[in-house]
Design a protein. Sequence first.
Length: 302
Amino acid sequence: MGRCPRRRLTDAEVWSAAPVQGCRTLGCGPGGFRAARRGRFSRRICPQPQPRDRSTAYTVLGILTVDRASHVGQAVEGTTVMEEPAYVSIAGQYARKIRNGDLPPGVQLPSYAEIAKRNGVSDIVVRKAIELLQTQGLVRTVQRRGVFVTDRPNLVRVSPERQMESAETTFSNESASGIQVERESIQVRATDSLAETFGVAPGDEITLVVTRATEDGRPISISDTYLAPGVTDISSATTLEEILADRIPSPTHATWLRTTPGELTKAVHQRFFAADGRTIMVSDVSYPWNRYDAFAFRMPLV
């Protein structure tokens, strides 16, 4: 494994699905992620080989502070969802129209002022909605002309916005096909690892929510979400950490996704933190390896 390049990483390197050269240098790897950018928010990469998966996988880690003014009590995929920000809702409306063909490639969207008037919001909210659609690969902006549907809309998984809506809404915005989501919530005993994560005693009861999603009967996602005692959503969370990797799924995830032995999936490990640093929710999500064209993690850098 080569040495980590001592330079700032480009956006393409940070967000591309391609592996980035690994490193042996001190401060990189599982013991300490190398920051790609610093500021109030940081995005960090630690690509590393995964011997147990017999392939070179990569890991992307993003940390952000949730905007409390526009994010009220939302939930991780699979748990109870509450109010979603207006810009996420507006972006979802146009995403569905683009996916189902109501807005075909090349069609121009209404002006910012018209969208704002229709939805009773400010131009700032509309701008955030358009930026989200751009990140999802659905629209492009032409200076002094307007916003247009892209020629080939991509399917991009965008965080943190997907934490601000239900799984039903998220997947419906991504596809014109029939979406079915089922959830199973059970009480389980905390393992030693989960007990340490949540600061409880081994054997204490915690909540596990298993969420499974299909698109026209084809499995597209499964997640295992563990919640600390007394936690029902992420309304008390201020920080989200996501680690993205190519992984061989657990037996239950492999069975649901119908993968063949040795087949990789896209795996996202999430941790939600309260303001005092406590972990209040942990989730492991698996998708078919070719489900998304790209993964994006949006955050302000100040």
